[in-house]
Design a protein around this ligand. Structure first.
Ligand SMILES: *[C@@H]1O[C@H](CO)[C@@H](O)[C@H](O)[C@H]1NC(C)=O
Ligand SMILES: *[C@@H]1O[C@H](CO)[C@@H](O)[C@H](O)[C@H]1NC(C)=O
Ligand SMILES: *[C@@H]1O[C@H](CO)[C@@H](O)[C@H](O)[C@H]1NC(C)=O
Ligand SMILES: *[C@@H]1O[C@H](CO)[C@@H](O)[C@H](O)[C@H]1NC(C)=O
Ligand SMILES: *[C@@H]1O[C@H](CO)[C@@H](O)[C@H](O)[C@H]1NC(C)=O
Ligand SMILES: *[C@@H]1O[C@H](CO)[C@@H](O)[C@H](O)[C@H]1NC(C)=O
Ligand SMILES: *[C@@H]1O[C@H](CO)[C@@H](O)[C@H](O)[C@H]1NC(C)=O
Length: 438
């Protein structure tokens, strides 16, 4: 099932752009560019903006934030399709920066070199501490190029309250955020050592993310690989994610998510939730997670909800998953509590149902390979398990735990299942995350 992870990465766009696109020979100034929309050539070819033509240094020491911000404004306001080029072999030191839409035409950012964040969190004084590279309100954006986005997270991690409980819990930047973006294509990028999450999609529609290589130490706090929130039509494929937190996390009000051909680990696995925190209402449905390889992760496939919430998690399929030494391979937890105060028992709950686990195999680092801890008021319903085989990494047997969990099984199931019967078998179908042609 799994191919060589390196086969996920190919570095062709930078060469292609240089061969196929006209590169300007004389330096450009903003006045050239404001004229750009009226270029008479009427060429359909994108207009290439090499950031060096605007004074970027790319030496890793000079601050290129302002140049990048200005080049974005030019590209975004151009009537022609444009490509911002960050050439290979350079290192661009860039602080927190916003890339605002809407743009007049399609924009591509070709990151061939390295984008590097300031390592000192004090640079964020006066800026939003949750953001580094923040894209919002943009349609038809492509980010690719085979380059590296380095969050230089070490000092942020050292300040984290998860590392040192005497520290105050404060936010840290998500390396790259896409907010209210439509028809996004992100591909062929390496993301390393983010301050906190590596990549987040919030309130986005139609996103295709492929060939991403995300790497941070397994001890780095909150460094989720990809986070999806209030978004729909998201496809994540052919990526390798090794971090200190969730490989991919999906939270409230998201739907039509398709994740395929992803290798995770180390990290916390693939997670739906947490949902329903502070009595909130969250919905998540139509999620397909397939052809996944989880290596030495803390959790495998997880759904977590807080007590007191409302809404539902439904029509979620996990299929064709391989695991190696995963501590909690399958876990539905409706008693999730990640706060310093104990969470009181409540009657309200986010309903969990119509969840399938099909062809899930591998080894568990703990005895309890399957756990369905469902709400007292709303039991989990229509859980479907088919061909699940999770043996112990060591020599012990594995076991399942069920609390108020209802469903049905088919094929061979190990550890022995403990679901209470639901009438009839419901095979799920999820709406596809079809990405419209861009
Ligand atoms: C841009 O404008 C400057 C002067 O305003 C001119 O010297 C230069 O040739 C122009 N470049 C292009 C590519 O048009
Ligand atoms: C935790 O932080 C406190 C002060 O914020 C510091 O004095 C202490 O050395 C830190 N502990 C560790 C283990 O880094
Ligand atoms: C989901 O939508 C509900 C109702 O519109 C809202 O209260 C909740 O905050 C949303 N959750 C997220 C994670 O955006
Ligand atoms: C959630 O609702 C319960 C019961 O209505 C209430 O006791 C609790 O204080 C609420 N919690 C929050 C964080 O609002
Ligand atoms: C399996 O995972 C456990 C806990 O995460 C770890 O201590 C152990 O070394 C791992 N075993 C192997 C063979 O990698
Ligand atoms: C909450 O419910 C669980 C299971 O029903 C029970 O074991 C626990 O004592 C309860 N906790 C509180 C604070 O009521
Ligand atoms: C599961 O699907 C059934 C049949 O479509 C539906 O009646 C039920 O509400 C769903 N459960 C949840 C938790 O969404």
């Amino acid at each position: 099932m799994m191919r060589n992870p390196n086969a996920f990465l190919f570095l062709s766009e930078c060469i292609l752009v240089i061969i196929s696109l006209p590169v300007l020979t004389s330096p450009l100034t903003p006045s050239n560019l404001s004229a750009a929309p009226d270029f008479p050539s009427a060429s359909k070819r994108p207009f290439v903006l090499d950031i060096h033509q605007f004074g970027a240094k790319g030496d890793g020491l000079s601050d290129d934030t302002q140049v990048l911000g200005e080049v974005w404004k030019l590209a975004c306001s151009s009537a022609r399709q444009s490509t911002i080029l960050l050439p290979a072999g350079n290192k661009y030191l860039v602080g927190p920066v916003d890339f605002a839409g809407p743009c007049r035409n399609k924009v591509t950012i070709l990151i061939c070199g390295t984008l590097v964040a300031p390592d000192n969190p004090d640079i964020w004084k006066g800026f939003n501490r949750r953001r580094w590279l923040y894209f919002y309100g943009i349609k038809h954006l492509t980010v690719e190029g085979g380059g590296i986005i380095n969050g230089m997270g070490a000092q942020w991690w050292a300040q984290s309250c998860k590392r040192n409980s005497t520290k105050r819990c404060r936010p840290a930047p998500t390396a790259i955020t896409f907010h209210k973006c439509n028809n996004l294509k992100i591909s062929n990028l390496q993301m390393v050592n983010s301050q906190q999450m590596h990549m987040a999609f919030t309130s986005c529609f139609h996103v295709k993310a492929t060939h991403l290589n995300v790497v941070a130490p397994d001890t780095s706090p909150n460094t989720d690989g990809i986070h999806i929130s209030s978004s729909s039509g998201i496809e994540i494929r052919k990526s390798l994610i090794k971090t200190g937190d969730d490989c991919i996390s999906m939270v409230g009000n998201s739907s039509r998510i398709r994740i395929r051909d992803v290798i995770c680990g180390p990290g916390h696995g693939i997670s739906v939730g947490s949902l329903g925190k502070s009595n909130s209402s969250d919905q998540i449905h139509d999620v397909l997670v397939e052809a996944i390889f989880l290596l030495h992760t803390q959790n495998g496939l997880r759904i977590k909800t807080w007590q007191g919430g409302s809404g539902f998690a439904s029509k979620i399929i996990f299929k064709n998953v391989r695991m190696e030494n995963v501590s909690h391979p399958i876990i539905v937890d409706q008693y999730y509590c990640d706060s310093s105060l104990p969470c009181l028992n409540q009657t309200r709950a986010v309903r969990v149902g119509n969840i399938s686990f099909i062809d899930i195999r591998g080894t568990s680092a703990s005895e309890e390979a399957v756990r369905f801890a469902c709400s007292d008021t709303f039991s989990c319903e229509y859980i479907y398990m088919e061909d699940v085989h999770l043996v112990s990494q060591a020599t012990e047997d594995t076991r399942s735990f069920c609390w108020n969990a209802h469903g049905s099984i088919s094929g061979l199931i190990y550890p022995p299942p403990c679901l209470a019967c639901n009438d009839g078998v419901i095979m799920q179908n999820v709406a596809s995350a079809a990405i419209e042609t861009m």
